[in-house]
Ligand binder design. Structure first.
Ligand code: PEP
Length: 257
């Protein structure tokens, strides 16, 4: 059975100093906690310091904490002002990359074909993509949730269906991100079950290592009920991951189920 993945997306919130202060509190709390995969995605500018800090901690004890990036470009190098390449990430021992986050799609206009190029490139470079998908409130109200999610997954993973074992997916309904309104466990389970059967079909049964995370206002009070659902394999957490004690509490809630 695969381990749960609990991932923190810090968005554009923490400086290098704040990142190090956080890890100072968080790392001792999760020392020797190997049962659950933990991922933290700080800002690009803090990745290097976080990586050094994590390496130092790993010399003193066992940590199942990995670094993630919040985005990347798909080319290795070139005239792409302001972009970050996969080799810049792997150099810093980054292992995961969040792709197609709803803020990338809706604020920065990223479309499925660009996201697909990024997913392909991430896999080629040994980075594990977390492909984010999810419907808007309007799409949900129009009964389009499953068709929107299906299109995002089929397009986002075109050409890498056989590599499903190296990919995780996050279902993040747009109306639940940063709003304090989480999907109910039943609403999330319905979509997760659909995604599981979709990726099982796409990968011809090679989806056993793919975690389907739920994201959208996960916190220490709702984590336990959500994780009890059979097809929820972890969380992608925004706001509640910004405080090390709250993020740790979410992890302990998952451990106890
Ligand atoms: C996110 O940005 O991926 C997210 C789920 O945010 P929040 O937890 O704040 O809703």
């Amino acid at each position: 059975m695969m381990s749960y993945l609990i991932a923190a997306n810090w968005k554009m919130y923490k400086t290098v100093g704040e990142t190090l202060e956080y890890l100072e509190v968080f790392l001792p709390a999760v020392k020797d906690l190997m049962k659950i995969d933990i991922m933290i995605a700080p800002s690009f500018t803090a990745l290097s310091s976080a990586s050094i800090k994590l390496d130092a901690a790993k010399k003193e004890g066992e940590y199942n904490v990995k670094l993630g990036a919040q985005n990347m470009y798909y080319m290795d190098k070139g005239a792409f002002t302001g972009e970050i390449s996969p080799i810049m990430l792997t150099e810093l021992e980054v292992e995961y990359v969040i792709l197609g986050h709803s803020e990338r799609r809706h604020i920065f206009g990223e479309k499925d074909d660009l996201i697909n190029k990024k997913v392909i490139s991430a896999i080629e470079h040994g980075l594990r993509p977390i492909l984010c998908v999810g419907e808007t409130l309007e799409e949900r109200e129009q009964g389009k949730t499953l068709s929107v999610v299906e299109k995002q997954i089929r397009n986002g993973l075109a050409g890498v269906e056989k590599d499903m074992a190296f990919i995780d997916i996050a279902y993040e309904p747009v109306w639940a991100i940063g709003t304090g309104v989480n999907a109910t466990p039943e609403q999330a389970q319905e979509v997760h079950m659909f995604i599981r059967s979709l990726i099982n079909e796409m990968s011809k049964g090679n989806d056993e290592k793919t975690r389907i995370l739920y994201g959208g206002s996960v916190n220490e009070n709702n984590a336990r009920d959500l994780i009890k659902e059979p097809n929820i394999d972890g969380f992608l957490v925004g706001s509640a991951s910004l405080d090390p004690n709250r993020f740790y509490k979410i992890i302990t809630e998952v451990m106890e189920v």
